[in-house]
Design a protein around this ligand. Structure first.
Ligand code: ZN
Length: 242
């Protein structure tokens, strides 16, 4: 089975469409969204509808879904995120919000686990920023692989033969005796210095994970953010990938 994994789409329809076009050439059997379809970007409803149309699909909740649903305190969000989530709450249809409410915080997929932030208190959306955070997460893992998003950094942390390693972007071969925390990166607002949209392909027969990048129409996505009266910083950062 081949899985197409996306995270942190953040209402960026241009980026999402471009990623899905790339994934359509990858013989994907199942799609996975690792949270934060909404927030920051100008087209949250359209992005949710597009993700929802992918079959079969598993979708887990991110802090921006929980923010839109008022399930988490947005006082913890930075000012741009807070302003954007208040706008997002206003523009999402009731039906869309009900759909977001159906997302779980953690999903088990057999040989892998999915969570937006971290397995340690998933409802608190902690960040896995370094090898120590990843190691903590590995202690809660029952499967060899855990797919995450949240930091908007495409990178893989892994433990093989008792050694912890970190690799940016690229891919990894899964060993049954290893532990892998795979951050698939962000579709709609990358922050790892590469403004191209990120996504991943997991092949559970070949036991490979590949992180991919694709250029999209940043100009158009950022113009829509300005047009909706969202913070200008949210438009500018797309070009920087920060
Ligand atoms: Zn996010």
């Amino acid at each position: 089975m081949r899985y197409g994994l996306v995270a942190d789409i953040h209402g960026n329809l241009e980026a999402l469409e471009t990623v899905l076009k790339a994934l359509s050439k990858e013989s994907i059997d199942r799609y996975i969204s690792l949270g934060d379809i909404v927030g920051y970007g100008a087209e949250p409803e359209a992005c949710v509808a597009l993700v929802r149309s992918l079959e079969p699909m598993a979708s887990i909740a991110g802090n921006h879904e929980w923010g839109a649903l008022a399930l988490t305190d947005i006082e913890n969000f930075n000012e741009y995120a807070r302003e954007a989530i208040l706008w997002t709450r206003r523009v999402l249809s009731r039906e869309c919000l009900e759909y977001l409410r159906s997302f779980k915080l953690v999903c088990e997929g057999g040989r892998f686990t999915m969570v937006h932030g971290s397995l340690n208190s998933p409802e608190r959306f902690s960040y896995i920023l370094d090898i120590d955070d990843a190691h903590e997460n590995m202690k809660s893992m029952t499967a060899p692989v855990c797919f995450i998003g949240h930091t908007h950094f495409a990178e893989i942390f892994y433990c093989e033969d008792g050694k912890l390693k970190r690799v940016a972007g690229s891919g990894v071969k899964i060993r049954k005796d290893g532990r892998y925390v795979v951050n698939v990166g962000s579709v709609g607002q990358p922050r790892d210095g590469d403004p191209r949209a990120a996504y991943a392909v997991y092949d559970d027969e070949k036991e490979t994970v590949e992180i991919e990048r694709v250029s999209y129409d940043i100009e158009s996505a950022s113009r829509k953010i300005i047009k909706e009266g969202l913070p200008e910083r949210l438009a500018l950062r797309l070009f920087e990938g920060r």
